[in-house]
Design a protein around this ligand. Structure first.
Ligand code: PBG
Length: 322
């Protein structure tokens, strides 16, 4: 035999030298949940190791993530009250708006992103305005734009619309520019599937739809060409970065979108992906830390530049240990 692939696997030093994909803490965006109150750090039962924070404690968490070298966070809000339009989502004194300005003033080097969506703020739990029993696309755009501008006023760096309404990137871009925020970027959840993997998040964010489901706006898991269409549209509408979500069940989609975009590509390693690893590891059925690293590496290898992941803090520790 002249060709023996095992020569390149003979010891750790050689394997390290020829490794094709490398993880870095700089790849991570850590999701954080904020709610009203003080001194709150309540564990989220469906997501072991994740917490609901109040504005004061989320600042401390942000400082810790920044000191680990994690470059960015994305904030989700649990409002004090909900209504049909989700009006607390654009309130100047809203919990996310307060968290943005507190974090930007205390941890200025951290890139602060926000999820822009209505589902946590509407009493019906849908990601848009309901008219005649359906989610009204165009009526929702204005509310999303209002929310994005309110985050920009509070000092956010990037807004990340996750609602899957048609035309929302353009609507948000126009509104940000008109309000003088041409420097504030958009990370679009361009390719977001109607996935059962969001289950633990909906508990954490209290955002499950009270009737029906999200299949009339989020994508059919069977479709990949449609992912390319959605990616193209958001690029044309002015997205600065785009995202595929969920991540591990859609590695083929990440890889295909990587091939057609020149923008930084993010993938969201969602709550269900996280919770499954935690649950199986808790039972002693898998080695949780190794599965975590293998999962994140797979997402990176598929072509993601950035990974939104609840594992950010834990994986940062692993990477530092070499
Ligand atoms: C809001 C939103 C969701 C997630 C991110 N933004 C839930 C949903 O669409 O139902 C899911 C994140 C996760 O599961 O970790 N629309």
């Amino acid at each position: 035999m002249r060709i023996r692939p095992r020569r390149l696997r003979r010891n750790a030093a050689i394997r390290d030298m020829v490794r094709e994909t490398r993880m870095s803490v700089k790849d991570f965006i850590a999701p954080l949940f904020v709610k009203p109150g003080k001194k709150i750090k309540d564990p989220i039962p469906s997501m072991p190791g994740q917490f609901h924070f109040s504005v004061d404690t989320v600042v401390r968490e942000a400082q810790e993530l920044c000191s680990l070298g994690i470059p960015s966070i994305i904030l989700f809000g649990l409002p004090d009250s909900k209504d049909p339009l989700g009006s607390r989502s654009w309130a100047e004194d809203g919990v996310v708006q307060q968290a943005i300005s507190a974090i930007k003033s205390r941890v200025p080097d951290l890139v602060v992103m926000t999820d822009v969506c209505l589902c946590e703020y509407t009493d019906h739990g849908h990601c848009g305005v309901i008219s005649n029993g359906r989610v009204d696309n165009d009526a929702t755009l204005e509310l999303l734009a209002r929310q994005a501008v309110s985050h920009a006023k509070a000092g956010v760096d990037f807004v990340a619309p996750s609602d899957m309404m048609d035309g929302r990137v353009a609507a948000i871009r126009t509104a940000l520019d008109q309000a003088g925020f041409d420097q504030i970027g958009i990370l679009s959840y361009a390719v977001k599937y109607a996935s059962a993997f969001y289950g633990p998040f909906r508990d954490a964010a209290d955002s499950a739809p009270r009737f029906g489901d999200r299949t009339a706006y989020q994508m059919d898991p069977a479709n990949a060409l449609e992912a390319l269409k959605e990616a193209h549209l958001d690029m044309e509408e002015g997205a600065d970065m785009i995202m595929v979500k969920p991540a591990t069940p859609y590695l083929d989609v990440i890889s295909r979108v990587r091939d057609i975009t020149l923008l930084p590509l993010a993938a969201y390693n969602v709550s269900g992906e996280y919770a499954m690893v935690k649950a199986a590891a808790g039972k002693g059925w898998i080695d949780g830390e190794r599965v975590m690293m293998e999962m994140l590496m797979a997402i990176k290898r598929a072509g993601a530049d950035l990974i939104l992941t609840y594992f950010a803090k834990e994986a940062a520790g692993q990477i530092d240990n070499g």
